[in-house]
Design a protein. Structure first.
Length: 300
């Protein structure tokens, strides 16, 4: 354990370990992905997929190792002990920090299939990691405001097509499709600007989860609703690298896939959109109350 070192030194050391880990595994990952995409035989490509996933899990495992080495974290985790490992999951979580991704990967990797995130299009240009996400078939989405889509309705279908193609690949082997319903990280400024009705959450956006359910809803074993709470305050990425992940509460609730939401046309049917809206609002009300209860418990 190296958490006795000064915070800045831990941050520098952790940054070096993260970079070395990425520069070692990502070129192997990209090389295998190029072989996969250049191969015309589907059966052979399916043989490469488990190897690519093994490399990704090895990268995550090394990240977990330096987290253990540099962090002195108290973990309060519920709901992940008996999840079937070889099933399809739709995973949803609140989102406060880049640390959320490392927390989710640390806790869920090898318990359930590898998390596949829907990413903003511009993240493909992130050095090294953009290539890794591309190699792992993470779908890159162009997120447009509702006002923009009203002016350019032809763009609404492009994200649907991207999601459909991604989910076709996800349907071949067990996969965990990860979705942050808020669409962005929580900040007090965003919360105020939205006039969010929730104490601890931004307004949820149902579009991403609707696209995933419409594309492969019958494949999903269940929905994993994840609530992440940092009782000492959510760390930013640099604070996380500096070893300030002191206390993390993660509660996972396994929910059935709502049958009444499957098969509807979210993009064009107002009744379907309303049904999704009601469902995510109820989900978010419960999550907001859960966060309030957790924080109250740890403030005592």
């Amino acid at each position: 354990m190296l958490n006795f070192l000064p915070h800045v030194l831990i941050g520098i050391l952790t940054s070096i370990l993260l970079a070395l880990n990425s520069f070692f595994w990502v070129p192997i990952l990209v090389l295998l992905a190029l072989v996969k995409f250049a191969t015309p035989w589907p059966a052979f490509r399916l043989k490469i997929d488990p190897v690519i996933l093994f490399i990704a899990e090895a990268w995550i495992g090394c990240n977990s190792a330096w987290m253990t080495l540099t962090q002195r974290t108290t973990w309060d985790v519920q709901g992940i002990a008996e999840l079937p490992a070889k099933s399809w999951y739709l995973v949803n979580s609140n989102h406060q920090s880049w640390a959320d991704i490392f927390v989710l990967q640390h806790l869920l990797t090898r318990r359930i299939p590898l998390l596949k995130f829907f990413l903003k299009q511009e993240l493909i240009w992130v050095p090294v990691m953009g290539l890794a996400w591309w190699a792992l078939d993470f779908p890159f989405m162009r997120r447009h405001s509702e006002a923009y889509l009203k002016q350019h309705p032809e763009m609404r279908g492009k994200d649907q097509e991207t999601t459909r193609k991604a989910c076709e690949k996800f349907a071949l082997i067990p996969t965990s499709v990860m979705n942050f319903l808020e669409g962005t990280r929580f900040t007090k400024a965003k919360h105020a600007r939205q006039q969010s009705p929730y104490r601890h959450l931004l307004k949820p956006k149902a579009g991403g989860i609707a696209l995933a359910l419409n594309a492969m809803g019958e494949k999903f074993h269940s929905i994993l609703d994840v609530t992440i709470v940092y009782p000492d305050g959510a760390p930013n990425f640099w604070q996380f690298l500096c070893g300030d992940l002191k206390h993390v509460v993660v509660h996972v609730q396994t929910l059935p896939v709502p049958p009444h939401l499957l098969g509807g046309d979210y993009a064009n049917d107002p009744q379907v959109r309303e049904a999704y809206s009601l469902w995510v609002k109820e989900l978010w009300q419960h999550k907001d109350q859960k966060i309030t209860d957790i924080l109250a418990n740890y403030s005592v």
